[in-house]
Design a protein around this ligand. Structure first.
Ligand code: A3P
Length: 434
């Protein structure tokens, strides 16, 4: 079956093309070019040969919303997570096809990690120590974790409780002002959770909510005032802020105690093998604009330093204001885990906590077809899946964890099969790189 361009698209077999892209590495750039042309042609309701490869997606009439269709297709066909920054950096079919070809190639040939040549920019750099406000505001619930620890699942479970307001990631705590937040996060897509929260609280449409956030940026509002506004709109409900960026910086975490009085902290932990594997698989390094660090090095350090920072921060918090939840317990015994979490939060247990896929829980994105912020694969499951608490037992990391990650794993009580008595081949490389 031919895969080349046609005038009417009739001889274009996309399934064959996908199979060939996976199988043939030499011609992959060309094949991916055809693949992208096919999808853009579908969106424009025209034939493949009408689609130039050197024009900007915007010029082709493909805005970021339409582009989501291509992102979803790539995810389904190649299990490859393309992030907004990838498209921003590669804004034509030609460039994006080359980028995809290189990335798929490097996934296949990954063997030994390569040390970073230059210090990596990262979400740790977002952390800004905020000034002490004239007054603290009432505490909320912070759900702290390394990324890919099952935080979306827990966030959505909590969203089912009548006494809680648990929106997608707010990412407010690292910043001194809304303008600074905008400068650091713009283009990552990670800043959408705040607008989504306003939509839910006020019953606004997307444009109204986005205009409100624009206004907060224009007025350079302080994150504390934004939290206060959310609290007012949430009424009696306690706000849950689950934003996995917070663990990357101790300054960020400490801002919680500077701005709030008596917040409670949930530390969600997950086995490093499963978490590191997920960070790599979902390409989180690219999501936050890190290109010069081996993905495994990045993932290991993100897991270790997030959990380490959270532990250090919580060391100074009174016992009644903090609680550790193991992802493995959450999915194996959700009932018991949520009951103990409710008693920690001082709220009664409600059955809807155990039905994360029922009712409206802010699991869609800002726009109808766009993916929700957080775990973009959350909706591919239909229920709490206990098997995901066991995957770490089957993961064979092809290298050995460095001393920082081993120490953190030991502190969290995670055994590390396959690591004992092994030389630490990469430990030195993973220190201080995040
Ligand atoms: P993977 O999809 O890579 O396995 P986070 O929300 O912190 O980013 O974590 C994402 C992880 O949560 C997923 O990583 C998956 O393991 C787990 N997860 C998502 N939905 C789940 C469900 N319904 N049941 C159990 N685990 C789930």
């Amino acid at each position: 079956m031919p895969y080349g361009p046609s005038t009417d698209g009739s001889d274009f077999n996309i399934d064959n093309l996908v199979t060939m892209i996976k199988a043939v590495s030499q011609d992959r750039h060309h094949l991916l070019t055809q693949y992208l042309r096919f999808h853009i042609a579908q969106l424009r309701k025209t034939s493949v040969d009408q689609i130039p490869i050197d024009r900007n997606f915007q010029e082709l009439g493909i805005d970021s919303l339409k582009m989501m269709n291509v992102v979803v297709a790539i995810e389904q066909d190649f299990q490859f997570s393309l992030h907004p920054l990838d498209i921003f950096d590669n804004p034509t079919i030609e460039a994006l096809a080359q980028y995809l070809a290189d990335e798929i190639q490097s996934d296949e040939t990954a063997s030994e990690p390569v040390a970073a040549q230059v210090p990596a920019p990262s979400i740790a750099a977002w952390g800004t120590k905020v000034q002490t406000p004239t007054q603290k505001i009432p505490g909320i619930v912070f759900l702290l974790s390394s990324p890919r620890s099952g935080s979306t699942l827990l966030r959505v479970m909590l969203a089912g409780h009548s006494k809680l307001f648990s929106p997608p990631e707010l990412h407010l705590l690292p910043f001194a002002t809304m303008r600074q937040r905008h400068e650091k996060m713009h283009g990552t897509g990670l800043d959408e959770g705040l607008a989504r929260a306003f939509m839910e609280l006020h019953g606004w449409d997307t444009d109204t909510a986005l205009a409100h956030v624009e206004n907060l940026i224009a007025n350079d509002a302080s994150p504390q005032s934004v939290y206060a506004e959310l609290q007012k709109a949430a009424g009696q409900r306690l706000i849950v802020d689950k934003s996995p960026s917070y663990g990357a910086s101790l300054d960020t975490l400490r801002n919680a105690e500077t701005l709030f009085e008596g917040s409670r902290y949930i530390h969600l932990i997950r086995h490093p093998y499963a978490t590191i594997d997920s960070i790599v698989k979902r390409r989180l390094d690219k999501l936050v604009g890190v290109h010069d660090v081996n993905p495994y090095v990045f993932a290991e350090q993100l897991w270790a330093s997030s959990n380490d920072n959270i532990q250090r921060f919580l060391a100074d918090i009174e016992p009644e204001r903090k609680k550790v939840i193991r992802f493995e317990d959450l999915v194996a015994a959700p009932n018991t885990t949520m009951e103990s979490l409710c008693s920690f939060l001082g709220i009664s247990f409600e059955k809807d906590l155990l039905r994360p896929y029922e009712g409206e829980r802010m699991t869609n994105g800002l726009h109808g077809q766009s993916l929700s912020i957080g775990d973009t694969h959350f909706l591919q499951h239909k229920d709490i899946d206990p098997a995901l608490g066991e995957v770490w037992k089957k993961k064979e990391l092809w290298r050995h964890l460095g001393p920082a990650a081993r120490k953190t794993a030991a502190q969290l009580g995670y055994e590390l099969p396959g690591q004992d008595n092994q030389p630490d081949t990469l430990g030195a490389m993973t220190e201080g790189r995040l």
